[in-house]
Design a protein around this ligand. Structure first.
Ligand SMILES: [Zn+2]
Length: 147
């Protein structure tokens, strides 16, 4: 997918325009915007291509763009990015707190090492499970469409 529109034009309107689902006022808005925004012209061209490609192939073949890992809109990209940052921050902070608690508490260094590496291991497992979950959620969605 190309760059986001510099005027943050709603790309839903572009696909609506493609599907002829817009009101007259919206159609007008899209046409005017397409005239002076190169980014959206390019995006619209891509949408058109994609639509043609999916029309020529029989149903139940989701196109690559639709199911790719890449977030499809600037806002979903933003939410996903923020989600990962929050998750990572949470993970680091929890690990930091746990580590600090154990480091400041009296105990055998070997025990501390065991606890800290255990926590790190659990954290890594959590992340990998999460990644697998995300992947299988996508696969499930894909399968449901194929039926
Ligand atoms: Zn634009």
């Amino acid at each position: 997918m190309s760059e986001a529109c510099p005027h943050s034009f709603d790309d839903q309107l572009l696909s609506g325009h493609l599907d002829h689902e817009l009101t007259q006022a919206e159609e007008q808005q899209v046409r005017i915007h397409l005239e002076d925004c190169e980014t959206c012209r390019a995006l619209f061209g891509q949408l058109e291509q994609m639509r043609k490609a999916s029309m020529s192939t029989p149903f139940a073949t989701p196109d690559d763009e639709q199911w790719s890992e890449k977030p499809r809109t600037p806002s979903s990209r933003f939410f996903r990015g923020t989600g990962w940052i929050l998750l990572l921050a949470w993970f680091i902070v929890s690990l930091g707190i746990a580590g600090w608690t154990f480091a400041t508490e009296p105990g055998h260094p070997l025990i501390k090492l065991l606890v800290v590496s255990g926590l790190a291991g659990v954290g890594l497992l959590f992340v990998s499970v999460l990644l697998d979950r995300l992947r299988s959620a996508k696969t499930d969605r894909y399968r449901r469409v194929q039926k």
